[in-house]
Design a binder for this molecule. Structure first.
Ligand code: ADP
Ligand code: MG
Length: 346
């Protein structure tokens, strides 16, 4: 097997706050193949943005990051600043949710798209201008719009500009953190279509983050579901969306029945309660207090990802319900040594 483009190994992020340490990402292992589209879903607060920012070392100094982030086999966490700057545009670039706030109001969008090109590639003004026109065309905007200022554009156009900027130095990987959440439904669908089209045409890999599983399963090849800073399920997009193995993924899938349905956006339907506070996580499986399929063992056992795929598919879930023998008997509530010992140990 060829080396994955991106590989996260035991990635953890803890924020130091006045109230104590917040473990926002806890031991995430993920791989992204070249040209692959991986979706990361989970409710607000599950650690998705922290994960994305950690990949390019964009976290505030209060964050402590451990583990490894390998891009093309090179560890981003150990890289010097000069190398990291180059990688941030030409290796992997990021599209944020709030395009309105990320663009500089006093510069034309053409100048803003040209900036990374002039900075990172030894090209002249004329070549940069040509590239800007080409990039605008690629994201479905008339090249003449290069002379526009951000306030002259609609929300959807500004997000297109952000995507053009992310593409500017022809990265191998684009990280898109809720790229359409701030947009209305029609525009959301257009921007998703654009991203889908661009990655398909250019062979760029995509790591797309959303709280909306149905949006992700439309675009992505594989899905990873995060809960309380952990990946609790990962597998082929359709399998995770339609035949989830973890009760949390199933609840998420049921919560967002239609792509970009604004009514279901804020409160996932059918998923009672709130995600846990990372400062005081429940014992055992972090999801157990909200889980409809909870078993006795679930407040004791914190399962790791375990193969759960059908027909030999690579599909893992972290739930006692997918554990073999021992976990299954625990899940059924049968008496078991580990269960009792663990209870005493606590
Ligand atoms: P998501 O993107 O899935 O909504 P985040 O990564 O933004 O989740 O947040 C994960 C957890 O980390 C949340 O509990 C959030 O409150 C906390 N968090 C995020 N950013 C910071 C920060 N700068 N300082 C302290 N805690 C933070
Ligand atoms: Mg976020």
């Amino acid at each position: 097997m060829s080396q994955p483009l991106l590989s996260l190994e035991g990635l953890s992020v803890t924020y130091r706050t006045q109230g104590g340490d917040v473990a926002a990402v806890r031991g995430v292992d993920l791989e992204l193949a070249r040209g692959e589209k991986l979706g990361v879903a989970g409710e607000s607060g599950s650690g998705k943005s922290t994960l994305a920012l950690a990949l390019l070392r964009l976290l505030p100094p209060t964050a402590t990051v451990t583990g490894r982030v390998l891009l093309d086999g090179e560890d981003l966490l150990g890289m010097n600043w000069g190398r990291l700057r180059a990688v941030r545009w030409a290796g992997a670039s990021i599209v944020f949710q709030g395009a309105m706030h990320s663009l500089n109001p006093v510069h034309t969008i053409g100048d803003q798209i040209a900036e990374p090109i002039l900075l990172h590639e030894k090209v002249g003004e004329a070549e940069a201008t040509r590239r800007v026109a080409q990039l605008l065309d690629e994201v479905g905007m008339p090249p003449a719009r290069a002379r526009a200022y951000p306030h002259e554009l609609s929300g959807g156009q500004r997000q297109r500009v952000m995507i053009a900027m992310a593409l500017a130095c022809r990265p191998e990987l684009i990280i898109a953190d809720e790229p359409t959440t701030a947009l209305d439904v029609m525009i959301q669908a257009q921007i998703l279509g654009l991203i889908d089209d661009l990655v398909a045409r250019s062979g760029i890999s995509l790591l797309m983050i959303s709280h909306d599983l149905s949006v992700l399963s439309d675009v992505c090849d594989r899905l990873a579901i995060m809960y309380a800073g952990r990946v609790v399920e990962v597998g082929p997009a359709d399998e995770v969306h339609k035949r989830a193995k973890h009760p949390y993924s199933a609840a998420l899938a049921a919560a967002f029945p239609t792509v970009g349905d604004p009514a279901s956006r804020l409160q996932p339907r059918g998923l009672a309660g709130d995600p846990p506070d990372p400062e005081s996580l429940p014992t055992g499986c972090s999801f157990h207090p909200r889980c409809a399929l909870r078993r006795d063992a679930c407040d004791v056992i914190d399962p790791q990802l375990w193969p759960a795929g059908e027909n030999g598919q690579k599909h893992d879930a972290a739930c006692v319900l997918v554990l073999p023998d021992e976990g299954a008997s625990l899940a059924r509530g049968e008496p078991h040594g580990i269960h009792e010992e663990d209870k005493v140990a606590r």
